[in-house]
Design a protein around this ligand. Sequence first.
Ligand code: PEP
Ligand code: MN
Length: 372
Amino acid sequence: MILILVPDTRPDSPEYKQLLAHLANFPGITTRVHTEVGAEQTLTEIYLIGNTKVLSIEDVSALPCVDRVVRVSEEYRVLGRHKNDDRPTYFDYNGVRFGQDTLNVFAGLCAVDTLEHVEIMIKTLRDHGQVCTRMGAYKPRTSPYSFQGHGKTCLPYVFDLAGKYGIKVIAMEITHESHLDEIRDALYQTGNATGVMLQIGTRNTQNFELLKIVGRQQQLPVLIKRGFGITLDESLNAAEYLASEGNRKVVFGLRGMKTNMGDPHRNFVDFSHVPVVKRLTRMPVCIDPSHSVGSRASSPDGILDIMHVTAQGVTAGANMVLVDFHPAPSKALVDGPQALLMKELPHFLEDIQIAREAYEKRTALAERYREA
Ligand code: PEP
Ligand code: MN
């Protein structure tokens, strides 16, 4: 059960203290308080954990400071959608909105290799009106002998260049808690030139200790990828780990499943689950066409498979597209074969726009038929 308090309830107010004292008397029920400090107001939610079935919504609603009460099911308590649940389905970060109604493109380098490539990439994005990108500094690689990413040494120039060209959010995977500190330090050192969305990769979806540490900070939002060999439910529970520790600025990323049944794509594309995740949770949903398809193969219609699956995901309502580009894919140190070229960016963006318009028409059509 979630108690949503009247906005701007002060923790030192007598009513709030009275409420907590009252809750402490409920046998077998513990509480967890979550505070979300927004630009306009501070929202406090109190989670009642334990046997809440014995409590009536009416009684709890009548307690001091309580605005509304939501009875949650066992699953995805914080991030899930529950009956009569009107909690928001978006968050704002560094001036960019991420929601179940918005669409953001994160085109960029799979892995940072040279400063020159970073600058070409970021400048091209700026020239096409983009304010988000992806830049890998810490790369989880199958082979220990493969390039592991430049790590913290590249962060200062990546963040400075992002600031120079107006990039507001960089999606960047971390594989260890020390990377979080390195990113926060570098952001501080560069005067917060840009923002970072931490990425939890598919190999770390169930690295629970990493999830807890990332969830305990509320400064940076998180993109968590679906685990490539586990159920959707297991991956959604992994996202819930982040939120249960306090960070609800979470985007859920679909990136294909590991199975030979998906051949010849690198992973079996799972973008039909975009609406499913939006139905089950309040998270914006990201699709990663690059790591799903894994190649520049194209079909007889002249459209790259990467663009086809992107359109499929966007037409189904995806809210974010994470995609590999590279100025010289043959020189890329990671995932060159799946990278799109700088000159393909306008085509890619226009194609996404067509798919987005199709999605908007489809929702309007559904509404018209619902009303009829
Ligand atoms: C990536 O986005 O660079 C990446 C490694 O993705 P995934 O974790 O989905 O394999
Ligand atoms: Mn990659």
